[in-house]
Design a protein around this ligand. Structure first.
Ligand code: GAL
Length: 979
């Protein structure tokens, strides 16, 4: 018997679609548009063909249909589950086939056609369907399509009925198209963007291409609009009336478009049968002398990578959410966005045009999972896939070509290399010669106008800046190709992996970008955590990640790597990014009475900013005022004069000057007064405290205790047990922190693995000696992990006066520590649970770590213990407040307040759970409050880095064991209540 192989069905063949209309520009016009969003009928089946086609015609659909909102992903409405994978395909690599188990959603909408609808020529448009679908109108098949994040249009006229119509769509979760959609994100099937019916009037325009350039030398704009039908262009504000399509005009005195000044001109494209509003931005993007320029000026892209994600709706974003994203980006000094890793909802690009962001628009292509098959069968290098590759690029470029914000086309992400990228590059250069192309993963860069990498460490970026980088093997033997690569501007297309607590080193990257013109910036990975809102059985909310839905295989927590939490609350990383991306660098020199202002805008002067100063003594305002702002052109520098500052003869504490640059007037993205940049300078150090000549407290021993003034130490261990009315435990030496995602780095880059291997999470202490001598209590301890002779010897020297207990702690590493670093170095206090508020003078208000501390400023702050916690989706070290001169812990029911002073300062975390609890928890809802408050007082913390995908902390932020001495002073305060 001969075997009979099945023919490839449409969902598993190489065709990008069938009977679709030509891709074209996205636009609205005065022609009718019927939004078909709403409540549809829905039925899920397990296989692509398992369910009967009994829902296509006018008769009521067959059994099993329920209601589903459209747009949506059915897996977020109780039908099956979302699945998260990073690199691995969620099905066998067997291209172009997909498994028999292929969840398939049948969708149906009955709708009324408006009475005056012009049916002839009507078009049915889908903005995004994941991953493959087949569509019928009134029982008549219109066609099929793949390419999840791209529009598809079908001729609907012949099938449309007056009055009632039945639209039926069968959507397959898996298809041959899925092989090109292996981005690191949730697999979320469904009709997740709008569906609409469009009138296409006779005498209308189907497609047009606005070419609006700006000549920075002459200040003139040029405009010509290509269209596929006769039409005229009007831009009344520029006096353009009736410019025929295909003709170019030159206009004097045009204000150009840029992300910094997103000037748009309203225009109209008028055809005999249709009027199309235009929003025209005049700008010219070019690569000139090895630099990316806009309107003649080199750019520095301070970017982020943005996936579309909403913690309830997945990629079915609404307009308000998209606007919020753009506003948040603008308010955090971000000027560029890469639409990782697919074209976004078209409305997002309208917002980028309107509010001003440089956009790298990325094609919906990623075949990363083939890496697990050593790239065997990679579609990028297989001509059978070329039509599908090209189809995706065409649909993106045609849809988005009229957006001034789109300045770079990206051919896709992480798909290795192959001939199909050549096809994409060639086609795109011909269709749109006015925008450069980007593709990172082909390290010959032959199809890219940028030299580009991901996650390069700062020293490597600096080497690239100096043009001293290692030549990639792909160009090493081809002098011409290598010369071309060397001539290209450099983009760090992903960097600073913002997973969990981090990223570190943002300021160092900024310095590297600013120091080297060739380095034209980068895009932080990534904008938002892809977590889904879930609830525990008892109703507490948390965010789910890979595996939380029983999804197998899964990429675990790796999708929780954004600057926003899943509900769009900003993380500390975003605050740090705002500081690193400041478009103005302020440096105050109070002694010289000067503020140096460096304008980092590429195209905008600083007339839109006001500069203010405030002076504080120990956090209390002494005075404030406004600086006379000099004119500072784009990329220029100037000095503003400071007035005579009202520094008192005797200050209560440190005197600090803060200078801020704020918006002088409302901008479309933020109100007047919004802070854009700031700096601080210390005007006077803390007046030296008069040290008591001799400590008065004399220790004495009882059976169990050593007593000194109102402090009691355990006579066997030397641990402090009581201070006045306060019963406590500690301080005890403590070096552990619940590893951050970035501590748990990839491969050999995992500090956490080293720490565990070295036993730093299970240190044991032996009391060597407790001595009460003269006016001191001296304690010596030896702390180390089982099975090694690696240890920290600590010498505790306690002295007391009536009101203060002073600890000078010297820690000396012993034994083999070679190469190991410490998580932190400090002490742990255990206090009664009644303490619940902290007031401090030091860096705040947010958390700070050695390589993520620029967003924190010196001041006086208060927070409850709950407010000190950063609720990372995956619990880990967090909430560390840095460089505290002092802190006061209070609680209404606490026996007394506790004040801790540093000499000069210390770091603090205060939690209702231990570091081990924090480490063990998988979600914040796993953390159970204990009947105590755990307070860590730190001498030092290891840096954060971004090793969850990239480099660890820079050498200067690694916490290397070394002999260290630090001093803390403890005092009780009269009342336990909040200050
Ligand atoms: C990159 C990739 C992103 C994401 C990131 C790590 O290699 O392009 O999609 O996976 O790493 O989060």
């Amino acid at each position: 018997m001969a075997w009979r192989h099945k023919l490839l069905p449409y969902y598993a063949d190489f065709a990008p679609g069938t009977r679709r209309r030509r891709p074209r520009a996205a636009f609205t016009s005065d022609a009718g548009r019927l939004d078909l969003s709403g409540t549809w009928l829905f039925r899920l089946s397990d296989t692509a063909t398992g369910a009967p086609l009994n829902f296509l015609g006018p008769e009521p659909p067959g059994e099993g249909f329920t209601e589903l909102p459209v747009p949506s992903h059915w897996v977020l409405h109780g039908h099956g589950t979302p699945r998260y994978t990073n690199t691995a395909y969620p099905f066998p690599i067997d291209p172009p086939h997909v498994p028999d188990a292929n969840p398939t959603g049948d969708h149906r909408l009955d709708f009324e056609l408006p009475a005056d609808w012009r049916r002839a020529g009507s078009v049915l448009r889908f903005e995004g369907v994941d991953s493959c679908f087949r569509v019928w109108l009134n029982g008549r098949e219109l066609g099929t399509s793949k390419g999840s994040r791209l529009p598809a249009e079908f001729a609907a006229g012949p099938a449309l009925h007056p009055g009632r119509n039945v639209l039926a769509v069968r959507v397959h979760r898996w298809s041959s198209g899925s092989y090109l959609e292996d981005q690191d994100m949730w697999w979320l099937p469904g009709i997740f963007r709008e569906v609409s019916l469009l009138e296409r009037p006779a005498g209308g325009v189907a497609d047009f291409f606005v070419h609006a350039g700006y000549d920075h030398a002459t200040g003139r704009g040029t405009l010509h609009v290509d269209a596929d039908a006769p039409a005229h262009v009007h831009v009344p504000e520029l006096g353009i009336e009736g410019l025929p399509v295909g003709e170019e005009t030159s206009i004097g005195g045009v204000e150009p478009w840029s992300a910094e000044l997103p000037r748009l001109y309203d225009g109209l494209l008028e055809a005999p049968g249709e009027r199309i509003p235009l929003r025209i931005g005049f700008r010219t993007v070019a690569i000139t002398d090895g630099l990316l320029t806009a309107n003649g000026r080199p750019l520095l892209l301070r970017g982020v990578n943005r996936h579309e994600h909403d913690c309830d709706r997945g990629r079915a974003l609404d307009l308000a959410t998209m606007r919020e994203d753009v506003l948040q980006m603008k308010r955090h000094n971000i000027n560029a966005v890469r639409t990782a890793h697919y074209p976004p909802h078209p409305a997002f690009l309208d917002l980028c045009d309107e509010l001003g962001l440089w956009v790298v628009d990325e094609c919906d292509i990623e075949t990363h999972g083939f890496i697990l098959a050593d790239w065997r069968g990679n579609p990028a290098d297989d001509p059978r896939w070329e039509p599908m590759f090209l189809d995706r690029m065409r649909r993106m470029v045609e849809r988005d070509k009229n957006h001034p914000s789109v300045v770079i086309w990206s051919l896709g992400n992480e798909s290795h290399h192959g001939s199909n990228f050549a096809a994409l590059g060639d086609w795109t250069r011909t269709r749109d010669p006015d925008r450069p192309l980007h593709y990172e993963r082909d390290r010959s860069y032959r199809h890219s106008d940028f030299y580009s990498l991901m996650y390069a460490p700062v020293p490597e970026v600096e080497r690239i800046g100096r043009r001293e980088e290692v030549v990639p093997p792909e160009t090493a033997d081809d002098p011409e190709l290598e010369a071309r690569r060397r001539s290209l501007p450099f983009l760090l297309i992903e960097y600073a992996h913002a997973m969990g607590n981090g990223p570190g080193s943002l300021a160092a990257y900024r310095r590297a970008f600013e120091a080297h013109p060739r380095c034209q910036g980068g895009f932080v990975w990534e904008w938002i955590d892809h977590g889904f809102r879930r609830r525990t059985a008892d109703g507490r909310e948390y965010f789910g990640y890979g595996g939380d839905f029983g999804d197998q295989p899964h990429g675990g927590t790796f999708c929780i790597d954004g600057l926003l939490f899943p509900d769009r609350a900003p993380s500390p990383g975003l605050a740090e990014l705002k500081k690193a991306y400041e478009p103005v660098t302020l440096t105050a020199d109070p002694a010289a009475r000067e503020v140096h202002i460096a304008n980092r805008h590429d195209l905008r002067d600083l007339a839109h900013l006001r500069f203010t100063w405030t002076l504080e003594d120990a956090g209390t305002a002494l005075g404030s005022g406004e600086l006379k702002a000099p004119d500072v052109p784009a990329r220029g520098e100037a000095v503003a004069e400071l007035p005579e500052l009202p520094v008192p003869a005797r200050a209560a504490g440190e005197v600090w000057l803060t200078v801020r640059a704020v918006l002088a007037a409302d901008e479309p993205w933020a109100p007047a007064g919004h802070e854009v940049a700031w700096t601080q300078a210390r005007v006077r150090a803390r007046t030296a405290r008069t040290k008591p000549a001799a400590f008065s407290g004399r220790p004495r021993r009882t059976d169990h205790d050593v007593l000194m003034e109102d402090a009691a130490f355990d006579a066997r261990t030397g641990v402090l047990r009581r201070l006045g009315p306060l019963e406590l435990d500690g301080p005890r030496l403590d070096i552990w922190r619940a590893p951050t995602d970035n501590d748990r780095g990839m491969g050999p880059n995992s500090a956490a693995k080293d720490w565990h291997r070295a036993g730093l999470d299970r240190m044991e202490t032996r009391t060597v000696a407790v001595r009460a001598t003269g006016a001191r209590v001296l304690v010596e301890t030896h702390t180390g992990p089982a099975g090694t002779d690696r240890a920290l010897r600590a010498h505790w020297k306690w002295t007391a006066t009536g009101s203060a207990l002073r600890l000078a702690l010297r820690v000396v590493p012993e034994g083999p520590w070679d190469g190991l670093c410490l998580p932190r170095l400090g002490v742990r206090l255990t206090l009664p649970a009644a303490y619940d508020a902290v007031r401090w003078y030091g860096l705040g208000p947010g958390e700070a770590y050695p390589d993520s501390r620029e967003a924190a400023r010196v001041g006086l702050f208060t927070a409850t213990v709950a407010e000190l916690q950063t609720p990372y989706v995956v619990p880990q070290e967090n909430g560390h407040r840095a460089e505290l001169r002092w802190a006061e812990l209070t609680g209404a029911d606490a026996p007394c307040g506790l004040r801790i002073e540093g000499e000069p300062h210390f770091g603090l975390t205060a939690r209702r759970w231990t570091s081990a609890d924090l480490d063990a928890a998988r979600h914040p809802t796993d953390l159970v409050e204990r009947d105590a408050l755990y307070v860590n007082l730190d001498h030092a913390q290891h840096g954060l880095g971004s090793a969850s995908c990239g480099p660890g902390p820079l050498a200067e932020h690694r916490l290397t064991p070394a002999e260290s001495t630090f001093t803390l002073v403890f005092r009780t305060l009269p009342s336990g209540g909040a200050p």
